[in-house]
Design a protein around this ligand. Structure first.
Ligand code: FES
Ligand code: FES
Length: 155
């Protein structure tokens, strides 16, 4: 018999209750049980950052956490950013500065950048590069991403 666990957490500002297998990953729970497909499965080994979400405002690899570890915490996914079709300044900066191509890394990049800018609102390019160094992008060469985050910081 498979052990399951029912618990509450806050997701994108909403209290939700889920019942999942004890061994189920947070990434799979977000995608399969909460129908939020913005967090992506890349390496599933904690290397690429495609699965990044915010846990109480801090970027985490959702492929390395059990869903049950999020009990009582607040999870933010990329779906929390835009208001309907209205993009945030950060999202619009990615559009305007070629911060994405295929988009696979983008949700993780945006959430990493959001948390970074909350702590460091006026960063240097070097600080931006350091901040996103745990998020891999196979398309852009990173320059557009760095310029997007710098532009977002300037508002
Ligand atoms: S899918 Fe989680 S770090 Fe790559
Ligand atoms: S835009 Fe394709 S992986 Fe980053």
């Amino acid at each position: 018999m498979t052990a399951t666990h029912e618990f509450n957490l806050k997701v994108n500002g909403r209290e939700v209750s889920v019942e999942v297998e004890d061994r189920k990953l947070l990434l799979d729970t977000i995608r399969e049980d909460l129908d939020l497909a913005g967090a992506h499965a890349g390496c599933e080994h904690g290397v690429c950052g495609a699965c990044t979400v915010l846990l109480d405002g801090v970027p985490v690899r959702s492929c390395l956490m059990f869903a049950a570890q999020a009990e009582g915490h607040e999870v933010e996914t990329v779906e929390s950013l835009a208001e309907g079709r209205e993009l945030t300044t950060l999202q619009q900066a990615f559009v305007d500065n070629l911060g994405l191509q295929c988009g696979y890394c983008t949700s993780g990049m945006l959430l990493t950048a959001k948390a970074f800018l909350a702590d460091t609102p006026d960063p240097t390019e070097e600080e931006v590069r350091e901040a996103i160094s745990g998020n891999l992008c196979r398309c852009t060469g990173y320059e557009g991403i760095v310029q997007s985050i710098m532009a977002a910081a300037k508002g």
